[in-house]
Structure formats: C-alpha cells, structure tokens
Design a protein around this ligand. Structure first.
Ligand SMILES: C[S@@+](CC[C@H](N)C(=O)[O-])C[C@H]1O[C@@H](n2cnc3c(N)ncnc32)[C@H](O)[C@@H]1O
Length: 225
C-alpha cells in the first residue's frame, strides 16, 4: 500500500532533532525492545565495518562498540543534525581510534565506496524519510555492502493487534496534522520498498512494547547477477 503523506524535509528534520537532542534517549521505552531484537539477529560479533544512517545521540553505536563488536571493528555514523553529531561524538570519544561521526546535508547518499562495509544499520530513521528516500536508502545500502553483508533496521510500523492498531492510527492521525508532533516519524511497511532480487530475508519480527509497533528487519545483500 502506497504511503504518500508529506514527510519532513531534511532541513526540517535537522531543526527538529537539533532541538530534541538528548531527549531522543527517552524514547527507549518503545525503541529498546526492537533494538534488542536487531542485535540478537545481526551477528555483530562477526562484523568488521559498520555504517549507521541517522546515528542520533550515538546510543546504539555505544552499545555495539562496548558489548557486541569485535575489538578491531570500525564504526562510521552520520546524521543530519549537528547537535546529534556532537552528542554522538562525545559519547563515542573513548572509541575515537575506530569510531567516527559525520554531519551530512540530509541527502540519502552514503559517503562510502562500493562494497566496503558489512553492516548498514538504521533505527527509527526510515520512518521519517519520504518514499523516494526510503528506496534510495535501500539502493545505497546495497551499493556499499559486500555481498553477504547485512542491513539491520528498526522502524515504526502498522499495528497487528487491536491495541497496536489503535496506537498506530492515533499516531498516524497526529502525523497528518503535523509531522513534528511525532518527531516526523510515521508507521511504514518496509516490504513496500524492498527489491527481493537484491535482498534475502534473514529475520523479521514485530515488537509492540506499550502498544507501539516496531518492525525489526535483518536482510542479507545478494551479490550481483
Ligand atoms: C528518531 S531519531 C533516531 C536516532 C537513533 N537512530 C536512535 O535510534 O536513537 C532520527 C534521527 O535521524 C536523523 N535524520 C533524520 N533525517 C535524516 C537524514 N535525511 N539524514 C541523516 N540523518 C537524518 C535525525 O537527526 C535523528 O538523529
């Protein structure tokens, strides 16, 4: 089903997340169960090079670097918000020999060579991009991943249970009034954007803490035909 609602522009997202800053970490009540599931299924213990799109405060990166990644693995995160980039850089200071963070102009372009990384991660970012940008995100992820590399995603999605259907309808109604009421995010169905000639599904599940539904998706990049 197409999703043609007006989303935030990159500069609106930048302004919003510059203001939101550290408050992003208070969203863990619904984000953390999805992140736990991503981590359980993405085999970070054998990863070498991680790229994160929309790193926010660096919360996910810090967790991966301290608990899951091998000591030699490198992390590269980007975000459109200079405030978020500053918070992430501060948080990841002790990993400065293998972690870096870059501020972008919001274009969905990954500043990496082709086939140069083995994990692309993004949590609660695709749900604020336009449909066109979500498609570009998957194309960019496929370009930078080595064959067999994984894309690891957590995003708001539509509810499947009565409570979560009510929550996502209310959320969507707020988004339609003004995207900023809900941080620019709306429930999305990732299936609408995936080219299955390029991706193999490794894991998918939906978690609904406090009735807020999130889709957890780990896909493996297929090689070129
Ligand atoms: C809801 S927050 C999620 C942050 C983090 N991934 C997490 O899970 O805590 C969305 C983040 O995406 C960033 N963002 C939004 N649009 C972006 C774009 N076009 N390019 C890069 N970052 C973007 C925002 O600045 C913000 O840090």
């Amino acid at each position: 089903m197409a999703d043609r609602h007006r989303t935030m522009t990159a500069s609106e997202a930048e302004a919003y997340y510059d203001r939101f800053g550290k408050k992003q970490d208070s969203q863990g009540f619904y984000e953390d169960p999805a992140l736990n599931a991503v981590i359980a299924h993405a085999n970070f213990e054998n990863a070498e090079r991680i790229f994160e799109f929309g790193c926010g405060t660096g919360k996910v990166a810090a967790r991966l670097l301290s608990e899951h990644l091998p000591a030699a693995a490198t992390y590269f995160g980007c975000d459109v918000s200079p405030v978020m980039v500053g918070l992430a850089a501060q948080r990841l200071k002790k990993y400065s020999n293998r972690a870096k963070v870059l501020q972008t102009d919001g274009t969905v372009y990954f500043p990496l060579p082709d086939h140069s990384t083995d994990r692309v991660i993004s949590s609660y970012v695709l749900d604020l991009l336009s449909e066109e940008d979500i498609r570009t995100f998957f194309a960019e992820a496929h370009r930078v991943l080595v064959p067999g590399g994984r894309i690891c995603l957590a995003s708001l999605t539509k509810g499947a249970t009565l409570l979560s259907r009510i929550v996502s309808s209310v959320w969507m109604a707020a988004f339609r009034i003004r995207p900023a009421i809900v941080g620019g995010c709306r429930p999305v169905l990732m299936d609408n954007y995936i080219d299955w000639d390029r991706w193999k599904r490794e894991h998918r599940n939906i978690v609904t803490p406090f009735g807020v539904p999130s889709e957890v998706l780990v896909l493996i990049a297929k090689g070129r035909h």
